[in-house]
Design a protein around this ligand. Structure first.
Ligand code: THU
Length: 160
């Protein structure tokens, strides 16, 4: 038996330590929480994907009475980006969560399915996608989506 410790890298920032570009992406993610359709969870999630050409594609969670039919904010934004600008890499993805009348103090953590889609996006364009998780008390920054998902499953794995 061998035991492994898998490590990952994450940085924690205050708002005024972020670059203008990071702040802009997070502003879009935050404002997108107002468009969330979340009558069941009342948990508003906004996302913003910044592309290589500078365009920012927004997304937000879309719920459904048949629960699994809904979609998370991150995937809404990434799939919309892929549909509208299939040739453009996604350079940055910002996420913000709003519930109970305020943005969450701690950053919201993307679900497993969204992490997998982030990985596919990063892999598809062959470059790193920075992920920004907004919280009122701290903003977590991951240099690459791969830092959110160890032991990734990507197209090469299908070849065996
Ligand atoms: N949600 C997201 O939009 N992104 C995530 O990564 C986690 C969860 C949404 C799905 C659902 O509409 C609500 O948050 C509560 O789970």
């Amino acid at each position: 038996m061998k035991e492994f410790n898998l490590t990952t890298k994450m940085r924690s920032y205050q708002w005024n330590e972020l670059t203008e570009e990071q702040q802009e992406v997070l502003r879009v993610a935050k404002s997108q929480t107002e468009h969330s359709y979340c009558p069941y969870s009342h948990f508003h999630v906004g996302a913003a994907a910044k592309l290589g050409n500078g365009v920012i594609i927004p997304g937000c969670n879309q719920e459904n009475a048949a629960y699994p039919s809904g979609l998370c904010a991150e995937r809404s934004a990434l799939f919309a980006a892929g549909a509208q600008y299939p040739e453009q890499p996604v350079k940055m993805l910002g996420i913000a969560c709003f519930t109970g009348g305020h943005f969450t103090k701690e950053p919201g953590s993307p679900c497993g399915a969204c992490r997998q889609v982030m990985l596919e996006t990063e892999h598809r364009y062959g470059g790193k996608m920075e992920v920004l998780l907004y919280g009122e008390d701290a903003i977590y920054v991951f240099e690459s989506a791969a830092d959110l998902l160890p032991l990734i499953f990507v197209s090469e794995n299908l070849k065996g």
